[in-house]
Ligand binder design. Structure first.
Ligand code: BDP
Length: 709
């Protein structure tokens, strides 16, 4: 009997189980075999991959197509010659491609044409581009089409990225600690570089290339000056060489005072000729090692970082000095607008605009100002940043946080596509109605870009959780096309990551997930209610930090009468930084969106909401809705057991249980606190928090990950 069962078990292992255990390492590039009929159809249209150029990205494209199509069809697809079903790849330098007369003009270096056609009587698929990296992007597009279960025998796609700089910002320190990282250590093993080329570096680059990411800022914006020393530049050079075939340039975050710390100067004043000369020499040194070095990312005069402000100079003076050093080599400066200063009493939401808007038009041509999606700091929901649309003569790029510092770390399932879509589609009304943030980013005639604070690390699943891979994926897709829709991206990711047949149920979980976090953490425009430092868990009561604007009480201003931050003309007038139409709409609590009500207004607990409930009842209702959505996600996921490989299914299920518990913690702690602050009883039928307020206040998690240091 035992023996029979053993045989059954073995047969089942061979036939019923997925081909092999999966831990998420393969990301959305799993290339698992398609169902038979589909595999046959693809195999007929993909008999071999033909190239006649040796540029590294074309070679990489061929390799990826061979690997992907072999896996997907379950048949060896090799490099081949032109015959029926060949995939012919190349740039206009190849006479064969040039002869086809494809519509490549206007597609730049990175665009491509993907087309089913006939060459010499053979039915082939052509992937053509102006430059090798375009071929690579076209190859990944073809693979995506196959992976998502679509046919490839009648293709006519012409595409190009809408933004130039599509970069990940790694907040990685030289000792491999990742600030706000929840996925293990930094991928960059500096100690073993340049001697050891971890294969992960290539897989990282492949993953990025597959979604169009073309730059990596390797180190933390709170930058160590050591990164500019020869010892580190040798290692950076090695990474750059590994990334290059995949179309990825490296950039470095630089500490503005580096001329003092590693250059031996006594000042870092941007107007001092010795300082400018030091940076020029440094840029020359870097470019001698890395000819395609991308440039510098700079956090200056913010949160204690040194900057031009230390010498009474403006951000433009600081940025332009660095830009001049990089210009001869084609490098750029990404200068961050995330500034707020301890000595300014001004509402923190206003400070970036106050400092940067007057500098419009003053930045050099190879500077782009990097602006966070919202005016405070990557909160679960913020209005778009008022600088978008307000600096028409300055290139602006948007910075989003892929790592979920403020959305529950890695264990909370929160798909951020809808959050970024919300920001990108926001109407700035500048210069006129209908000009969205995406339009501002795409502004022609200068640098354009989007940056995402990376969520990757040494965890086998890269991102700390299976579902956080979707945020890396969505970032790339939205940087390629800022008008892309979050649900369509989720659908592609789900099909590629979990299998085409699971796209519907997985997308159904993903789409409401970010709103769920907003609901159970800080609904109705509340923000920054986090515990101190690590930002893990609730801390709406915190009021003892050195700076007023580090304290949650500064942001919610709850008292017996009401709650919310008055940012109207009667208050801080942050709303006045938006276009007049918006300032009027958002400046009136009756016309402001309820999702942003407490961001802009201090209102009574008894205020009547659109639901008919009082604000207090609505707030409690939102907290409950958030927890309920997580419970629903648990049920939805449980229903997929058996359809997903057990290892990944189990990991997600356990994470959802953690999320459920922490959502409840957030809900209970916040309700307990606001009930006491407002002096209100819980609305009828509401389940009271499990513990008294003191219990929540006493929770301490000093070792929560990711804290700055
Ligand atoms: C905040 C993070 C901090 C970063 C800062 C930044 O808590 O670790 O250094 O943003 O963007 O959200 O510079």
């Amino acid at each position: 009997m035992a023996r029979t069962l053993g045989w059954i078990g073995l047969l089942c292992a061979l036939w019923c189980a997925p081909a092999r255990a999966e831990d998420g390492y393969d990301l959305w590039l799993r290339y698992q075999r398609l169902p038979a009929a589909q595999a046959d159809r693809v195999a007929a249209a993909a008999t071999g991959v033909v190239r006649d150029e040796d540029a590294a990205p074309v070679v990489a494209a061929q390799g990826e197509l061979v690997r992907g199509l072999s896996g997907l069809t379950g048949r060896p697809v090799a490099a081949g010659s032109i015959g029926d079903g060949a995939i012919v790849i190349g740039t206009v330098r190849s006479p064969r491609i040039a002869a086809l007369g494809l519509p490549l003009s206007g597609l730049g270096r990175e665009g491509f044409v993907l087309r089913s056609m006939t060459i010499g009587g053979r039915r082939v698929t052509v992937i053509a581009a102006n430059a090798p990296v375009g071929v690579l992007y076209g190859a990944f597009r073809l693979l995506r089409i196959v992976q998502t279960g679509r046919a490839i025998d009648r293709l006519a796609i012409v595409d190009r990225p809408r933004l130039q700089l599509r970069v990940l910002n790694h907040w990685d320190n030289p000792d491999r600690y990742v600030e706000r990282g929840y996925a293990g250590q930094s991928l960059w093993d500096w100690q073993k570089l340049p001697g050891f080329a971890d294969p992960r570096y290539t897989d990282y680059a492949r993953a990025n290339a597959s979604i169009g990411i073309n730059g990596a800022v390797l180190n933390n914006v709170n930058a160590s000056p050591d990164m500019l020393t020869p010892a580190f530049l040798t290692r950076v050079e090695k990474l750059a060489a590994i990334f290059r075939p995949w179309g990825i340039r490296v950039y470095l975050s630089v500490r503005f005072s580096s001329p003092i710390e590693v250059g031996g100067l006594t000042t870092a004043d941007p107007l001092d000729p010795k300082v400018a000369a030091w940076w020029r020499a440094k840029a020359d040194e870097i470019h001698a090692r890395i000819p395609d070095f991308g440039g510098f990312l700079v956090k200056a005069s913010s949160e204690g970082q040194p900057g031009p402000g230390d010498y009474g100079r403006t951000h433009a003076q600081g940025a332009n000095m660095l830009a001049a050093a990089l210009k001869p080599h084609g490098g750029v400066v990404m200068w961050r607008a995330f500034v707020y200063a301890h000595d300014k009493p001004e509402d923190r939401a206003k400070q970036a605009y106050s400092e940067f808007q007057p500098l419009d038009g003053k930045f050099a041509g190879n500077v782009i100002v990097q602006v966070k999606n919202g005016p405070i700091d990557f909160q679960p929901r913020e209005p778009f940043h008022p600088l978008f649309g307000a600096m028409p003569r300055t290139p602006l790029m948007m910075e989003v946080q892929v790592t979920k510092e403020y959305l529950g770390f890695a264990t909370h399932l929160a798909y951020l596509g809808p959050m970024w879509e919300e920001a990108l589609r926001s109407d700035t009304f500048r210069p006129r109605r209908g000009t969205t943030v995406a339009d501002v980013l795409e502004r022609p005639g200068g640098l354009t870009g989007m940056a995402g604070v990376a969520n990757v690390g040494t965890d086998r699943n890269w991102s700390g959780s299976q579902f956080d891979q979707a945020n890396w994926y969505a970032f790339g897709r939205m940087a390629w096309d800022p008008d892309a829709r979050a649900d369509a991206i989720a659908r592609d990711w789900a099909a590629m990551t979990w299998g085409p047949g699971l796209a519907d149920p997985v997308v159904a979980m993903m789409m409401p997930s970010r709103q769920a976090v907003v609901d159970y953490m800080m609904p109705l425009g509340l923000h920054h209610l986090f515990a101190t430092g690590h930002h893990y868990g609730p801390g709406p009561w915190v009021d003892d930090l050195a700076r007023a604007d580090w304290n949650p009480v500064y942001y919610h201003k709850a008292d017996r009468q009401g709650i919310g931050f008055d940012r109207t003309a009667r208050g801080s007038d942050a709303v006045g930084q938006y276009a007049p139409v918006l300032a009027k709409r958002w400046g009136d609590p009756d016309t402001a969106p309820e999702d942003l009500l407490l961001w802009f207004h201090h209102v009574s607990w008894d205020r009547r909401m659109r639901s008919g409930r009082t604000l207090w009842a609505e707030l409690v209702g939102r907290y409950d809705r958030g927890v309920a959505t997580v419970a629903a996600m648990q049920r939805q996921w449980a229903a997929l057991a058996g359809q997903v490989d057990p290892q990944r299914h189990g990991e997600v299920a356990q994470f959802l249980t953690i999320q459920r518990g922490e959502a409840q913690w957030w809900r209970d702690a916040c309700i307990a606190y606001f009930a006491e602050t407002s002096g209100r009883a819980l609305p009828d039928g509401v389940v009271p928090p499990a513990h008294p307020l003191q219990w929540y206040k006493a929770v301490r998690t000093p070792h929560a990950p990711g804290n700055g240091r």
